[in-house]
Ligand binder design. Structure first.
Ligand SMILES: Nc1ncnc2c1ncn2[C@@H]1O[C@H](COP(=O)(O)OP(=O)(O)OP(=O)(O)O)[C@@H](O)[C@H]1O
Ligand SMILES: [Mg+2]
Length: 413
């Protein structure tokens, strides 16, 4: 639905509680408004309210996802406060009430790329939100992480839009034939309908690359070209990106979700880089050590002088001289080494366990090794890819039809 169509709802009050004061903008699923939360005619506060055009078949499930969003709470997740159904001008809609943000990352990027420090702050805050989602019992996956969904509230970045979040409670829920999200931010396995928290880490990698370079790391003129780039090509990154973001972006853009960096790894890497920066004060330590080494040389020279003097003028207790030992305070080697550039790799077993839902179908031992034709696993992969692409086009078609239906409704007197 175009912006002007959403605008028709300005001034409308939903459930006697939310008065739509001003239309902000439209997205793929709905229109966002500044809403006055009123109780008994009195203004309580201003919120953002998103009106969503539901899918008739999945309306209840979509509502449940929105309600689920209101149960989440983290400093880097946009607060969702209320959700429900409403009928406005004979159109059945869903709504989500959120904290009102001042701007979004997409808007910020129109003014230019982020500085490395700004990008570091963004990486930490969004990784922290993703770690929270992943650590929920349902292992939530956002699946639409992109600059337009990263909002600024005060001086904090917050991840918004949970309409697409799915609970990954079961293995079957980890696979879907529907590709949802924004294709440029979709990971390779997303095209096969495989969902896991690694999906969001890929999207974070794409977002960080864009914020630092001003360009998407994967591009294509058609959705097939884009898919080919995502699946097979190395990311376009004018190398090197500023440290420690270079390692983070590349880690997040690992094609294999089982080795892709997790949110925890990103946070740990940022922590160790910050510690490294703090101990950039190490020259002082090096100076102290140099000073100690010089002192040791002096001591040795003094002892040598003393010994020489004694040999000239032997004293009464020569045996005591042998007790003098001087150990040079040579710095222990690791103390002067730079901080490791990457966090400790998670043991493969642990990564596999974490990525269990995305493990590729097992290849049976009886499969011929030098099989020239597509093995069943690859054929199955192709089939899933095709299904996911079809689903993407079907989704576009659904949105187009919904838009048309609303346009027709608008034309009616
Ligand atoms: N809570 C909010 N406070 C202020 N502005 C918001 C809020 N949520 C969304 N917006 C703004 O409203 C506009 C539309 O957002 P919306 O989420 O509908 O679309 P989108 O993020 O562009 O795409 P998608 O539908 O894929 O999420 C964007 O400019 C966004 O920044
Ligand atoms: Mg959005």
């Amino acid at each position: 639905m175009s912006g002007s169509l959403w605008q028709q709802f300005e001034g409308v009050t939903i459930e006697n509680k939310y008065r739509l004061e001003r239309f902000i903008a439209a997205g793929g699923f709905g229109g966002v408004f500044v809403a006055a939360h009123v109780v008994s005619g009195r203004l309580l506060t201003r919120r953002a309210l998103k009106l969503i055009l539901p899918d008739e078949t999945f309306m209840q499930a979509q509502l449940e996802e929105l309600v689920q969003a209101t149960r989440l709470s983290h400093p880097n997740l946009l607060g969702c406060l209320d959700a429900g159904k409403c009928v406005l001008r004979n159109i059945e809609l869903l709504y989500l009430v959120m904290d009102l943000a001042e701007s979004n990352l997409a808007g910020r990027l129109e003014q230019g790329v982020l500085t490395p420090d700004e990008a570091l702050e963004l990486a930490r805050q969004i990784a922290s939100a993703l770690e929270y989602l992943r650590s929920r019992p349902e292992h939530l996956v956002h699946r639409d992480l992109k600059p337009a969904n990263i909002l600024r509230v005060g001086d904090v970045w917050k991840l918004s839009d949970f309409g697409l979040v799915r609970a990954l409670g079961t293995v079957t829920a980890a696979r879907t034939s529907t590709l949802i999200g924004t294709p440029q931010y979709c990971p390779p396995e997303g095209y096969e309908g495989i969902i896991s928290p690694a999906w969001d880490m890929w999207s974070l990698g794409v977002t960080l690359a864009l914020t630092l370079t001003g360009e998407l790391p994967f591009n294509g003129n058609t959705s097939q070209e884009l898919h080919a780039a995502i699946a097979r090509r190395e990311p376009f990154l004018p190398s090197p990106l500023p440290r420690p973001l270079d390692a983070i972006v590349r880690g997040c853009l690992a094609k294999d979700p089982r080795v892709r960096w997790t949110a925890r790894q990103v946070i740990e890497h940022l922590d160790s880089a910050a510690t490294g920066a703090l101990s950039a004060g190490r020259p002082r330590r090096v100076f102290n050590r140099k000073f100690a080494a010089a002192a040791a040389v002096l001591v040795i020279a003094l002892v040598a002088l003393l010994l020489a003097a004694r040999s000239r003028f032997p004293g009464p207790t020569p045996a005591s001289d042998t007790a003098i030992q001087v150990t040079s305070p040579v710095p222990e080697p690791e103390a002067l080494q730079p901080a490791p550039s990457a966090p400790q790799q998670t043991p493969v077993k642990e990564q596999e366990a974490r990525a269990a839902p995305v493990a590729p179908p097992a290849v049976t031992a009886s499969e011929p090794k030098a099989e020239p034709a597509r093995p069943p696993a690859a054929a199955e992969k192709d089939r899933r890819k095709e299904a996911a692409l079809k689903a993407l086009f079907a989704e576009e078609e659904r949105r187009r039809k919904a838009r048309e239906a609303l346009l027709k409704q608008e034309d009616q007197p």
